[in-house]
Write a new protein. Structure first.
Length: 146
């Protein structure tokens, strides 16, 4: 899901997560931070570069295991990383069910769902426009704007 505003992303992420939880596609919450809970099966994204951990801001993947204070993630490029729980507790790990149009630049996905707004449509042909955001999808039907 792609949205223009971070506030929309912050609203969409827990909604998507709740649907996945109801469908039984997430394990029990095994790691809780001040404002997030993480479970096996969660889509996550790193939000801070850390050379020592070999991660950069914006790497997305699936949380595959949580144990011994470690967060194990299989990144979308199939590389596996093990992050200390402190990385998440320090606010550097987020859910990745929704993202901003800005962060989505340069990515290609099978299907993209774009949350439009009057503010987004006013931007017309900018890199954040709805048509540009919808083009992130590689196999979806042509983008439609309403």
């Amino acid at each position: 899901m792609i949205a223009h505003r971070r506030s929309d992303v912050a609203d969409l992420n827990p909604r998507a997560r709740a649907l996945l939880r109801a469908a039984g596609r997430l394990g029990p919450d095994a790691l809780r931070t001040d404002n997030r809970a993480f479970a096996v099966g969660d889509r996550v994204i790193t939000t801070r570069n850390d050379r020592g951990l070999a991660v950069v801001n914006g790497q997305a993947g699936t949380l595959t295991a949580l144990h011994d204070g470690q967060v194990h993630i299989e990144l979308d490029n199939r590389r596996r990383v093990d992050l200390p729980g402190s990385y998440a507790h320090d606010g550097h790990l987020d859910h990745a069910y929704a993202t901003t149009a800005h962060r989505a630049q340069g990515t290609t996905v099978e299907r993209a769902f774009v949350l439009g707004s009057a503010e987004l449509y006013r931007e017309g042909g900018t890199p954040h426009s709805p048509a540009t955001a919808a083009k992130r999808a590689s196999t979806s039907p042509p983008a439609k704007t309403f």
